[in-house]
Structure formats: structure tokens, C-alpha cells
Design a protein around this ligand. Sequence first.
Ligand SMILES: Nc1nc2c(ncn2[C@@H]2O[C@H](COP(=O)(O)OP(=O)(O)OP(=O)(O)O)[C@@H](O)[C@H]2O)c(=O)[nH]1
Ligand SMILES: [Mg+2]
Length: 282
Amino acid sequence: MHIQWYPGHMTKAMRMMQDAVKQVDCVIYVLDCRAISSCINPKFDEMIKDKPVLYILSKSDLVESKDIKLWINYFSAKGKKFVVADNISGRQKNVIVDKLREINAAMLERYAQKGANKSIRAMVVGVPNSGKSTLINSLCGSKRAITGNRPGVTRGKQWVSLAQGIELLDTPGAVPPAFEDQQKALHLAFIGSIKEDVLYMDELAIEVINYCRENNYERFCERYKLGDIAEDNVQVFDDIAANRGYLLGRKGYDYDRTAKALVGDFKNQKLGKIMLDFPPIN
Ligand SMILES: Nc1nc2c(ncn2[C@@H]2O[C@H](COP(=O)(O)OP(=O)(O)OP(=O)(O)O)[C@@H](O)[C@H]2O)c(=O)[nH]1
Ligand SMILES: [Mg+2]
């Protein structure tokens, strides 16, 4: 499967962000903990290169803490400012506000010397569905930004003010215009950052089987009541469809339904907490 998805609204969104970045003091870069490397969009990196950046490693509740630890070590070693967050609980609110002050300390100090009180303006960027709008809502304590578990929920730009003298700009998610590394595209597909219409469920399901054969063997067998995972992926489909009763009348097994169940289970942590990207070794 070759994944390619760059709808017109993303070109428009990138243009809007190019303009908006000139008006902000810093950037909040939201990365889904399940696929951190895949969430890095080189187009964002280019756009924000002159701004202080706070990385939010979001959806931490969906990954094992021992796995996140690897990323904590990586970001720390690189001297990057970051907060590991689960946006829904909003538990990290104070830490995030403190870190925003920290990355803007020089600017705040300049204003303070002139006796002025300057608010911090931050643009929130990330791939679709990474949790940007949810993070903004948790920081402001109310549902100001629209959220939803599919890519492309936020379409325009929206400013939200926090009581602590911070203004946040919500932006639409964007993926790179082309994926040189299809593995990254696949990982983005698994975390719901790519519209399902452009994906082939059966091919994604085969990736799930391959992943679980390597990483989550027992959990997979338990979930689908299998003695083992057959070597032949079509056989695995047959075994699951048979156990689940996914039949197409007399025509045999319902592969579409089986594929959907596999991908859905993978996405909804029914096959365990899964981290797809590991830090590069350097
Ligand atoms: N478990 C979990 N779910 C989260 C977290 N943050 C966001 N979500 C869910 O992820 C989905 C996407 O969240 P949004 O905030 O709409 O994502 P977005 O980055 O604004 O997406 P676009 O506007 O499409 O670019 C929603 O169903 C949220 O409830 C988190 O920290 N943990
Ligand atoms: Mg949004």
C-alpha cells in the first residue's frame, strides 16, 4: 500500500500557519507518544526554526511508562523542552504553563525591564488527531476548541486565552506533502492521523498481524482465542473470522469485517498499549 494524503485544506492551513508564526512568541509542538518520530513534520520544523519550542508528548496514557521513558531520555539528552502529557486529564496544566514561561524567559525579562507585562503567544502545531485542541481545552479548563477522534477536525485558526497571561493559537493538523518513508505514513494511519478513505483496511490489518507476531504474540492469541498465530496471514484471517463467526453466508469468511476488527482493536488498545516509534540511536 502506498499512502499519500495531502488534501487542499492542508495547503491552506500551512499558508495560514506561515503567516501566523510571525506573530507568535513560541510554538507548542504536539506529538502523539505512540508514534513520536512519525509525528515530526519537516515542514513544521522549517517553519518554526527561529522560535522557542515546547514539545508535548501527548496521549501518554496510551503507552507503557517504560516505553515513554526512552523518549524522555532522548529529549533530555537533546536538551529539548518537553512535557509528557495526557491531555484529557489536564493534570500537567501547571507544568506546561511553567515550561512556557521558561522557554520565553528572555522575552519576558526584556518586557519586565521596561515595566511592561507581556502575554505569551503560542501557536499549537501537530499532525491531525494528535490532541492539539484537547490540550488547549484542558489548559483553559473549558471546551473552547472543537475536538474529535478523526483527522481534520480543526479547520481554521482559533485564539484561546488562558487566565495566566497566555494566548494559544489552535491550528489544523497537517502531514508532510509526501511520505518518503512509508513506514511513518503507516504509523500515522494507525494513530488516526490519516483519513481512512485513502487507506486499505486489509493491508493495515496485515501490518497489525505482523506487528503482533513480533511484539504482542500472547495478547493477540488471547484476544482472538487462537492457539498460535499462523505463518500465513490469510490463514490468520480465516482463524479469526471462524472464531468470531464473521461469515458471508455460503461465500466464506467476511474479510472486510475481520480487517476492521483487527485495526479497530489495535487502535483502541485491545491488543495492549503499543508504541510504534522508538528513539533513534544517536
Ligand atoms: N487517550 C487520549 N486521548 C486523547 C488525548 N488527547 C486527545 N485525545 C483524543 O484524541 C482525539 C483527537 O483530539 P483533538 O484534540 O481533536 O486532536 P487535534 O490534534 O486537534 O486534531 P485535528 O484538529 O484534526 O488536527 C480526540 O478523540 C481526543 O479525545 C490524550 O492525551 N489521551
Ligand atoms: Mg483540532
